[in-house]
Structure formats: structure tokens, C-alpha cells
Design a protein around this ligand. Sequence first.
Ligand code: ZN
Length: 159
Amino acid sequence: MAILNIVKEGDPTLRKVCRPVVEITPRILTLLDDMRETLIEANGAGLAAPQVGILRRIALVDLGEEIVELINPEILETEGEQEEVEGCLSVPDVWGVTRRPARVKVKALNRLGEEFTVEGEGLNARCLCHEIDHLDGHLFTDNVLHILTPEEVEEMMED
Ligand code: ZN
């Protein structure tokens, strides 16, 4: 396994629409393993393939109990609304309040090519939406309601 370089805002890769995975090849499996290691090392909540320079519809989300691998994820249902703070490994040191669904249901393929669904609420819902947004070239800063000031960041870190 390897730690991959995480590209930062300004890199054109982050603005591209990623292509679906057609076949789960050994290369894709290696990418999943490397992304997992990179996510853990970066201490993030999620990581999408374009963030490591790969324009494929693949994302990993840390749902608390486990890191879930999503291949070709699609949001099936959303419910409610929440406004909370989020950040992104590709937009370092920036935190902002976004409006996201309170709950989402997502379908995707696992590494065996089997379809499954995963549901998330709260932080997990935000994370699922955030990572799937990456696959369409969107960053959380595109629709941010409010960027936290340095004082607000300090307060948040104290909590
Ligand atoms: Zn992100």
C-alpha cells in the first residue's frame, strides 16, 4: 500500500466530472487500498478519487464504525436539512457552514462488484454528500453559507 498525494484546490482535477468504474480491476483494488491508507494517515472523514488525481467515481467515507468503499455511488433519497461546519482535505485550513440533507440513502458497488445501500445521518450524511460532490467536480466551498473566521475556528477546535 502507499500514501497518495492529495491534490489541493486550484488543481484542475478537482473540477472534472469523474467517469464510472466499468470493471473492478486489480488496479482499482490497489487504488481502494491506497486511498484507505491515505485517508487514515490524513485523519479525514472521507476521500474521493479525484482528490488523489484519479478521475473515477470512487469514494471512501469514514462512517465512524468503519470506512466504507463506494464505487459508482448514487444518492437515492434525501430527507430533511442540516447546517453544520465542514472542511476538506483538498481545501486545507478552511472550514465553512454548508446546508446538507439531514439523512441520505446511497447505493454503490463494493469491491466485489456487488450493489449495496448505505444510509447516513448527521455527520455521516454530510460526509456522503461531500464525497459524492467531489465526483462531479464540486467542492464544499462552492455552496458554503459562511466561511468560519479564525476566531470561530479557534472556538470550534476548543469544543
Ligand atoms: Zn473534500
